[in-house]
Design a protein around this ligand. Structure first.
Ligand code: SAM
Length: 227
């Protein structure tokens, strides 16, 4: 069972998404458990403010150390082996390999930044890994946290059914996936390749492999170089 803690000032963002589809089923199967921490519950500020102006001036606000240190202290009281991850555009770029590694953890905590980000002392003292979902700036770490959650959970053994198996997905073997077709075999004159209707599994496998290589070479030559 993977326990995922989420530290956020917007807990309601998560509820609808965590209670649908594969993420919901993963919880029902006992494969994953979520704990959502509202950062505002961990501040001593009478107005539940978690941010303040940056020292040295400049625009925006910064998340103060106190509520994040408080919530992490509470989490670590109950669990010694926690991997604490900060969502930040300055982190390592997330990919399938990182998702697979994190799917093997026992307890991760995702810290969602807001405003101009978090006080540097949070990063220095509390964070094990900093992860970005790409080279662009979002308003908060909540959507990035959900991206990690989606990617990680489907890799936990037993979460996906056989028909949804993740092992053939793009990036799993360093290639993009081959093209997929379903019924009808002829749609408005656009035909499914004959080989897929042949019933010859060896030929189908060869065709798929060739297509995956071709597609990866055309669209993601960087993946071919890595191979
Ligand atoms: C507006 S951003 C702050 C950006 C920060 N001033 C900087 O330049 O690095 C607010 C929060 O959104 C989250 N965030 C924004 N873009 C992200 C990305 N590409 N990957 C992960 N988290 C991101 C982070 O938690 C960040 O603290």
């Amino acid at each position: 069972m993977l326990k995922i803690g989420i530290v956020t000032i917007f807990p309601n963002i998560f509820k609808p998404i965590l209670n649908e589809s594969i993420i919901k089923r993963a919880q029902e199967k006992g494969k994953v458990k979520f704990e959502i921490f509202d950062l505002r519950d961990y501040t001593d500020d009478p107005h539940r403010k978690v941010d303040d102006r940056p020292f040295g001036g400049g625009p925006g606000m910064v998340i103060r150390p106190e509520p994040v240190f408080n919530v992490m202290e509470e989490i670590k009281k109950k669990s010694l082996k926690v991997k604490t991850i900060l969502l930040t555009p300055q982190g390592v770029k997330f990919n399938q390999r990182i998702a697979r590694r994190l799917s093997r953890e026992k307890h991760i905590v995702l810290i969602c930044g807001r405003y101009e980000g978090v006080d540097e002392r949070i990063r220095e003292a509390l964070i094990d890994e900093e992860i970005s979902i790409g080279d662009y700036i979002l308003t908060g770490g909540e959507v990035p946290a959900l991206v990690l959650i989606e990617a990680i959970i489907r890799l936990i053994p037993g979460v996906l059914g056989d028909e949804e198996s993740a092992t053939l997905d793009s990036f799993e073997n360093g290639l993009l996936e081959y093209p997929q077709y379903t019924r009808p075999a002829n749609y408005k004159g656009m035909k499914v390749p004959d080989v897929l209707l042949s019933g010859n599994h060896k030929l189908i496998q060869q065709w798929r492999r060739k297509q995956a290589l071709k597609r990866t070479k055309e669209r993601r030559p960087d993946l071919m170089d890595k191979r």
